[in-house]
Design a protein around this ligand. Structure first.
Ligand code: HPA
Length: 271
């Protein structure tokens, strides 16, 4: 375990002691702009921290306040399709646990598999299907960090989901709820794959989030996951999915996403 990394982050974000980590997905960096009194660390300056390579992800750790709440934001995440090892993602969560993070709010851009969940809207993740063939826990287990065989029955915490659904209604934010499927990428799916995933019971598909959620649960964090639906899955509409469209739709919906997360944190502080 590299204390160098944790010490560097701790020293540089002083006096903050955030307990909430927010991961911002492709084109969803907008929330970072709402942070008050931000302190920003470039990934490349943090000892042993991996670097992010994908367009639309700047690669920064930003600490600051959203209302009364102190948060740490990852602007830019590590996708397995970039060549990062799944265990690298787990390493991050071991560091974040040591930093004192207790809750993960994870966001992503995803394609819809469900005709009733339209592009431009938000989907609360209630469960996932890991079709990536990868797992961040592969390798020897450190029992002092988490169990060898963690259960994922309530990975996307039910109580938190109930609160978020209530808040979405109160603030007039369209929010559906569904199952997120992770594929490795980086290609978008074939129409046949999209048909197959629908039969398997998924409502949205994307190339991230699952390794982070498994890692977060393993180290004992609570998880809230929200997908921004950027397109219909391949073959479901006349358009082809593209990264540009993902970023454009993500940007459009990111205001709603920021409003929802800010409302959630505000209520949490008051409750
Ligand atoms: N498939 C996979 N990942 C995605 C998609 C998609 O259609 N849209 C945004 N991320």
């Amino acid at each position: 375990m590299s204390n160098k990394t944790v010490n560097y982050i701790k020293q540089h974000i002083t006096p903050y002691q955030p307990q909430t980590l927010i991961i911002l997905g492709s084109g969803l960096g907008n929330l970072g702009e709402h942070l008050q009194e931000p302190i920003s660390l470039n990934y490349q300056d943090i000892p042993d921290f991996p670097h992010s390579t994908v367009q639309g992800h700047s690669g920064k750790l930003i600490c600051g306040r959203l209302g009364e709440h102190e948060v740490l934001c990852m602007q830019g995440r590590f996708h397995l399709y970039e060549g990062h090892k799944p265990s690298t993602i787990h390493q991050l969560f071991a560091w974040f646990k040591e930093l004192g993070i207790k809750e993960l709010i994870v966001t992503n851009a995803a394609g819809s598999l469900n005709p009733e969940i339209a592009p431009g809207s938000l989907m609360l993740i209630k469960d996932h299907i890991n079709l990536s063939g990868q797992n961040p826990l592969i390798g020897p287990n450190d029992d002092s960090i988490g169990p060898r065989f963690p259960a994922l029955n309530n990975a996307y915490d039910e109580e938190i989901r109930a609160r978020v659904k209530h808040l979405a209604q109160k603030h007039d934010i369209a929010l559906s709820e569904g199952v997120y499927m992770m594929v490795l990428g980086p290609n978008f799916e074939t129409p046949a794959e999209i048909r197959a995933f629908r039969i398997l019971g998924a409502d949205a598909v994307g190339m991230s989030t699952v390794p982070e959620v498994i890692s977060a649960i393993h180290v004992g964090m609570k998880v809230l996951g929200i997908s921004v639906i950027t397109n219909y899955g391949a073959g479901m509409s006349s358009e082809q999915p593209s990264h540009e469209e993902t970023l454009a739709q993500g940007q459009k919906a990111s205001n709603q996403l920021s409003r929802l997360i800010i409302a959630y944190l505000k209520e949490k502080n008051n409750g």
